[in-house]
Write a protein that binds this ligand. Structure first.
Ligand SMILES: C=C(O[C@@H]1C=C(C(=O)O)C=C[C@H]1O)C(=O)O
Length: 259
């Protein structure tokens, strides 16, 4: 997606194509995480004492990753939103002048804390290969978790582009729904059940495809690396509902004069 071209960025078909591509990243990252045990220690606050820091080891790695990535201006991009926006560093690279596509308040629509919570509480226990706290994997698991979280965050917050594209397609409708604070009306208007069903079916196929070793003969029964119904369930119960929450939140503030 070329974020320098507003007409490209706000084309709903282009946005949906980007969301399809993000499925690959999310499925592959969750397959990676499925190699490891639960490792609850990396999620326990102050389990690993770090001077001047209070929090879990995994969140420390996430914070340090965001600091490094902010220095290559990752969080200047409109499709990237940090888990620790107040602790980012000044970019070392010159700023890119992204054309304004989203509303000025867009960066305030940040669901990363909710994403972090459901990832640790619901996704890790389901995706990890079993109970276990092998300390030697603490670093690998934390790095893997950061990849998963960043991919989920980008996908869910892409809902802002979906919302902006839908608003521009029918500003009168949304101005009326927003003025009436009709949350249900907005939810109903942004929901496309056909697209959602296609996404869940495609996720199932991708898990079955990416989760097998193509070099093995079909006759050899293969243990899938990750249960397709598990990732489908995560998309159905968390990823899509959170994306829609982002859309609704973004739209509830999207009045004609605040773009
Ligand atoms: C993203 C869109 O908006 C909604 C959210 C979807 C999702 O999170 O996958 C899919 C369809 C819609 O219900 C869209 O219309 O493509």
């Amino acid at each position: 997606m070329d974020f320098m071209k507003p007409e490209t960025v706000l084309n709903l078909n282009n946005i949906r194509t980007s969301l399809v591509r993000m499925e690959d990243t999310i499925v592959f990252n969750l397959i990676e995480r499925s190699q490891f045990f639960l490792l609850p220690s990396v999620y326990v606050k102050d389990k690993y004492p770090i001077e001047g820091y209070s929090g879990s080891f995994m969140e420390w790695i996430l914070l340090q990753t965001e600091k490094v990535h902010s220095q290559v201006r990752r969080y200047e991009a409109p499709d990237e939103i940090a888990f620790f926006p107040d602790q980012l560093l000044k970019p070392l690279l010159p700023s890119l002048k992204y054309p304004p596509v989203l509303a000025l308040y867009s960066s305030e629509v940040n669901y990363n804390q909710e994403i972090l919570d459901f990832y640790v509480k619901h996704i890790v226990p389901e995706v990890s290969c079993g109970q276990g706290d092998q300390e030697e994997n603490s670093g690998s698991v934390s790095v893997c978790d950061v990849e998963c979280l960043q991919a989920l965050s980008r996908r869910i917050h892409f809902g802002k582009f979906v919302a902006e594209a839908k608003y521009r397609a029918d500003p009168e409708l949304y101005d009326r729904l927003i003025a009436a604070r009709d949350v249900e009306g907005i939810e109903g208007s942004i929901t496309n059940s056909t697209v959602e069903a296609m996404i869940l079916e495609r996720i199932k196929t991708k898990c079955e495809t990416f989760g097998t070793d193509p070099s093995l003969k079909y006759s050899q029964k293969q243990q899938l690396k990750v249960k397709p119904e598990l990732i489908v369930g995560l998309y159905r119960d968390y990823v899509i509902p959170l994306t829609k929450k982002v859309e609704v939140d973004y739209l509830l503030r999207r009045l004609p004069d605040n773009n």
